[in-house]
Design a protein around this ligand. Structure first.
Ligand code: GLA
Length: 608
């Protein structure tokens, strides 16, 4: 059987020096019908390896579930990598960061009692989880179950068993996780290693950390190979890495060749020439590399994460990343620039991936509408009462998306103050909009009309924080909700089941809408369109404000007028020739219920 080892100077594949030239491609961000094509494009750029994270919460939406089928079929993904003649690197976390919801950690981990769902010892209401990513028995037990379900898929596909997997990462940038004493760090990482080996993983294990002394010294173990993450100043970073990894091959495990986008910020791009020069420096030094990303893909559904370093910034639906292969699989200028660099150091196939044809232009009239208030019974039937404060979304076991909370107010209540809203709440009094509480802009107070009535909060989790000490914090209305005169008690709350909303709404709920007239949210809008079966589409929602979009029953993700992204990518495999169904949940309002598919993506304004 083949072997893959860490030698004195090099990686050794079957005993011979091997320079890993890898690119990241997350199966969970790409429609499975497109996996093969994207992997092939990686080979045509000259890559010899595909790297993927595994997002734990993608497979385990609840503690007793583990799904490895369809979009979650990691085994099939790795088999396609092998079929293309490429190797693979797998990074199963348990934490992955990756701008993914909660950094891949399932939100249920942070509940004290999986059945009861209240935030407990593993997570505090202010965030700052105590048990997670630490040597904590409950957390390690959960990891044991995760590994036992996942790792056999990887183990069966190791190079040592004739498969593509060369190596497996343990944790992710653990050196950047604050607040864990050094001896506990070592104990935790060693326990991950032990449990990984226990599942039959016999290829080399490694850690990856940001390329500075502080992170590299805290993130790894003496007995594990260390790699570093950086996107510039390659020679200097390699020197830093060498200080911490005195022997063996040097590898940049995340060569950041682009960057992610956050709602309300500019679209990030990097100059292909600069990235190419940095890659050339790396490869010329004999180092191995994993391009982060080769192909970014899309945060489909409600899967995007968020950062909060003082200001909460949720990640956009597009994870194009300004990567060499664009979100819709087109080779970019960066693809060609990096391919030319790789060709200086390794064989590159002559063939190039084709440029996709311009996408069909289609106008869609969303002629049917349903106000959210009129269909709440279909989408939020599981109402719970709380004589105390408002339950968090986590207490409702609503791990992503939306929940509804309501209580009554009096005429003298006057003003509303919420300790923390995570992350946004659309507030209405007897159905009349009162205002929006918003975490990003620190709006925690709303004046109330001077009348009594039922106050309803449509609370939105815009993505769980994926980096730093706020990982694991609960969502919803957090802390007491006060008015000018008292604490608000006696709440009713219910999770809103939106992922399958088009199916749950069925046909009964819709009424005809004037295609010219502005619409008020929160409301659903539905229309159909004919187009080219299997063709990618780019959906523009000009004049709409913010909400969610489904195509043929699949929740594509969030859109927002704040940008930067101007179009939503609709993967071709979702599109048929006739009667495609477009459903939009608009939370605020739209100038008219019309949408348009345009020929090319618009990822928004850049800095310069
Ligand atoms: C770090 C993490 C990745 C990703 C990048 C930024 O390197 O390890 O998961 O979050 O930052 O894209």
């Amino acid at each position: 059987m083949p072997t893959f080892e860490i030698g004195e100077r090099d990686f050794l594949l079957d005993g011979r020096p091997f320079q890993v030239i890898s690119g990241a491609l997350h199966y969970f961000r790409v429609h499975p019908d497109q996996w093969a094509e994207r992997i092939r494009a990686a080979r045509l750029m000259g890559l010899n390896t595909i790297e993927t994270y595994v997002a734990w919460n993608f497979h385990a939406p609840e503690p007793d579930q583990f799904d490895l089928g369809g979009r979650r079929d990691l085994g099939r993904f790795l088999d396609l990598v092998a079929a293309e003649g490429l190797h693979a690197i797998v990074r199963p976390g348990p934490y992955i960061c990756a701008e993914w919801d909660g950094g891949g950690l399932p939100a249920w981990l942070f509940a004290a009692d999986p059945a009861g769902g209240t935030a407990g010892p593993a997570g505090g209401s202010a965030g700052g989880a105590t048990g997670v990513r630490r040597h904590d028995p409950a957390f390690l037990d959960a990891i044991g179950t995760y590994y036992a379900r996942l790792l056999p898929v990887v183990a069966a596909r190791q190079v040592t068993r004739g498969g593509p997997v060369l190596m497996v990462q343990v944790e992710n940038e653990y050196g950047a996780y604050p607040g864990v004493p050094d001896d506990e760090r070592v104990a935790y990482l060693r326990e991950l290693v032990r449990r990984t080996r226990e599942q039959g993983i016999d290829v080399p294990l490694f850690t990856s950390d940001q390329a500075d002394d502080e992170h590299l010294s805290r993130g790894g173990l003496p007995e594990l190979h260390k790699t570093a993450n950086f996107g510039s100043r390659s020679p200097e970073r390699l020197t830093t890495l060498r200080r911490h990894q005195p022997t063996g091959p040097l590898m940049c495990m995340e060569f950041w060749d682009g960057w992610f986008d956050s709602w309300g910020q500019v679209h990030h791009v990097t100059a292909p020439e600069t990235t190419a020069q940095d890659l050339d420096d790396l490869l010329a030094a004999g180092a191995s590399v994993n391009l982060y990303m080769f192909h970014g893909g899309t945060n489909l559904g409600l899967t995007s994460g968020a950062n909060d370093k003082g200001t909460y910034l949720p990640i956009t639906t597009s994870y194009d990343y300004d990567a060499p292969l664009s979100e819709h699989g087109a080779p970019t200028a960066k693809f060609h620039a990096l391919r030319a660099v790789i060709a200086k150091h390794a064989p590159v196939p002559d063939e190039l991936p084709g440029d996709p044809a311009p996408a069909p232009v289609v106008d869609v009239e969303l002629g049917r509408r349903a106000a959210l208030a009129d269909v709440v019974h279909l989408l939020a039937p599981d109402v719970v009462a709380s004589s105390d404060g408002a339950p968090t979304m986590d207490a409702l076991r609503q791990w992503s998306g939306f929940a509804l909370c309501s209580t009554t107010v009096r005429a003298d209540d006057g003003v509303l103050v919420v300790d923390e809203v995570r992350d946004r709440a659309y507030v209405a009094l007897d159905g009349d909009p009162v205002g929006v509480l918003d975490r990003t802009t620190h709006v925690n107070v709303l004046p109330l009309p001077r009348r009594a009535g039922t106050l309803t909060f449509l609370v939105e989790d815009r993505g769980r924080v994926n980096y730093g000490p706020r990982i694991g914090e609960p969502k919803g209305l957090v802390g007491p909700v006060r008015t000018a005169t008292r604490l608000l008690t006696d709440w009713e709350a219910a999770p809103l089941h939106l992922t399958a909303a088009p199916r749950l709404l069925g046909d009964v709920a819709w009424t005809a809408a004037d295609p010219e007239a502005p619409v008020a949210g929160p409301s659903f809008h539905r229309g159909t369109f004919d187009s080219v079966a299997g063709a990618d589409h780019f959906l523009r929602l000009d004049g709409w404000t913010r909400g969610l979009v489904w195509v043929n029953g699949e929740l594509l993700g969030r859109y927002s007028a704040e940008g930067p992204t101007g179009t939503l990518y609709v993967p071709g495999p979702l599109v048929r020739a006739e009667r495609n169904e477009l459903v939009v949940l608009e939370l605020t309002g739209a100038a008219a219920p019309r949408a348009r598919c345009v020929p090319a993506p618009d990822l928004g304004p850049t800095e310069s």
